[in-house]
Ligand binder design. Sequence first.
Ligand SMILES: [Zn+2]
Length: 288
Amino acid sequence: MKTLRQYIKEAKDKSVAIGHFNISNLEGLHGIYNAAKKLDLPVIIGVSEGEETFVGLEEVVALVQTIRERDNYPIFLNADHHSSFERVKACIDAGFDMVIIDGAHLPYEENVSITKKCVEYAREVSKNTGRDILIEAELGYIGSGSNIKESIPEGAGVLTKPEEAKKFVEHTGIDLLAPSVGSIHGLIKSGKPHINAELVKEISHTVGIPLVLHGGSGLRDEDFTNAISAGVSIVHINSEIRLAFKQAVEKFISENPNEITPAKILQPALNAIAQVVETRLKLFNKIS
Ligand SMILES: [Zn+2]
């Protein structure tokens, strides 16, 4: 099987993007996998620190690796927004394919220093094990939390400067960069800002490594397609699938108040997640 690095390179060459979707449970994993498999596309499963604690660190590795090995399918696992070297190390040691060290809220020098430490550790483990562990980092704060927000949080949305991004990539040696280009984490009630596709293009040319778009939930279709054409190779979606899960569970329970079988209660939620993921993957891969 090709490595995640090779799939990302292929996506970049074809001007499409790999979908990254977060899970909190087995229904999420199955919903995402069903949609990806239906379209025969590589897919990245993400867990934030909270999601990872809930599912279990070793458990989530076992789940994703089981599917990958059983079906010989390109499904990969990413540690989404991890904030300390210790947690990044734990994920690398447990078998994650990729890790995001999130130092975007830190002063520049501290962000460089923690990111560099993670890159060095990933390289060392890759060398010793024959794995190819990727490290992503962020520059520019785009808010935090995959939730519903009244408005854009304070301090978020300051756009990444291409020259600073270049310097950051050179200083840290990261494989992927998540810049701030207009999106904000979560679903914003007052409406999302547009993606600055010109800036994506400029950063992409300046840094020369694949870019990752966070805070995808709730963006307009053309924002995604413009960002992907401009150099984004991975797109993150979380809030939309959380909302689909919740709404499907609520609907089922209100329509079937006497049903107590978990599999029956959660099947519509699994299907709802698959539907969101399928729609997003088609868009990211220019499939009509
Ligand atoms: Zn994110």
